[in-house]
Design a protein around this ligand. Structure first.
Ligand code: PSU
Ligand code: MN
Length: 302
């Protein structure tokens, strides 16, 4: 008997929902800007006929679909909503504490709630020197939760070549939408041409959605969909190299910027050093990822 690949679809819900994370809102943009960004992301998703679902943990309760009021009070004091990854999530649930979900915990909670599409900016990964002790829990979460993660690759503040290799080692499917290259967050591609490309390229959303259903059902793991920042909004390589080394040194000089604080500290330093240019690029790329995620979520229902 010849064996064929399974045709059964992933157990996706009948409505097109797109998860959004709260770490990006609470720790990835300056305080006071998270709420406006949440509104723009939600609007972008609704405009495509999908439903935005903001994920977070409020007083120990996992929330899939935070209300505007909840989110507003949540974002008022980011220090009261620490970053939650798959390691510290359980303690916060157990103790009734609030927290902002990162990629790893947004995936975990979304998948548990039957939401299989998620939009963010850039995945976490392996940090480079001089902040080289931090390796994001996002990486292993991709091997555990069946969610389509639409992103602009991994954050370019990381050791991008090493992180791309690790995604391959972990066996995570990394596909590009309208790109062969592995995007590099603020940059359309990494300056080092040796960085592995995406595993495959898709130009048609319907075909990409069909592949996503196939792969989620086949593996019960994530699919990473890479959407490069537009050429109009990308940051030039020379500016980037200058800003990154300044930001890394600023963050490395502060002992409070280790571990979980490494990513927010470098992003914040970059936003200051670049006079807001990296923040503007970050917002543009997240909006574009939300738009694509909504298109995929709608197409997955067909
Ligand atoms: N994308 C952004 N900004 C962010 C993040 C993603 O544009 O701040 C967040 C995500 O929550 C991601 C986290 O999971 O950064 C990575 O943090 P760490 O390296 O500590 O795992
Ligand atoms: Mn860490």
């Amino acid at each position: 008997m010849t064996e064929t690949a399974p045709e059964s679809p992933a157990p996706i819900a009948r409505d097109a929902r797109v998860a959004l994370e709260t770490t990006l809102l609470a720790h990835g943009v300056p305080q006071g800007e998270g709420l406006a960004l949440a509104r723009r992301l939600s609007e972008t998703i609704s405009n495509r006929g999908a439903r935005p679902v903001v994920v977070g943990v409020v007083k120990g309760r996992p929330r899939l679909g935070m209300t505007d009021d909840e989110l507003a009070s949540f974002l008022e004091s980011p220090t009261a909503v620490p970053k939650l990854n798959t390691s510290n999530l359980g303690v916060h649930l157990f103790r009734g504490q609030s927290g902002a979900t990162t990629v790893s915990t947004t995936m975990e909670l979304a998948a548990r709630g039957g939401i299989h599409v998620f939009a963010t900016g850039g995945l976490g990964g392996i940090h480079a020197e001089p902040l080289d002790r931090d390796v994001s829990a996002d990486l292993t979460a991709l091997t555990r939760f069946p969610v389509v993660v639409v992103c602009s690759g991994v954050k370019s503040i990381l050791d991008v070549p090493a992180t791309r290799e690790m995604l391959e080692t972990l066996g995570v499917a990394v596909v590009g939408f309208e790109t062969d290259e592995f995007p590099c967050f603020y940059l359309r591609k990494h300056p080092d041409a040796r960085v592995n490309a995406c595993d495959a390229r898709f130009d048609d959303v319907q075909e990409l959605a069909a592949f996503a259903r196939f792969e989620l059902a086949r593996t019960n793991r994530a699919v990473v969909v890479c959407n490069a920042i537009s050429a109009e909004h990308e940051i030039g390589v020379e500016d980037w190299n200058r800003w990154l080394s300044a930001a890394e040194h600023r963050a490395a000089a502060d002992p409070a910027s280790a571990g979980r604080n490494a990513t927010p500290a470098v992003l914040k330093a970059l936003h200051e050093i670049s006079d807001g240019a990296t923040l503007r690029a970050n917002i543009e790329l997240v909006l574009s990822n939300a738009d694509l995620a909504a298109r995929i979520a709608v197409a997955m229902q067909r």
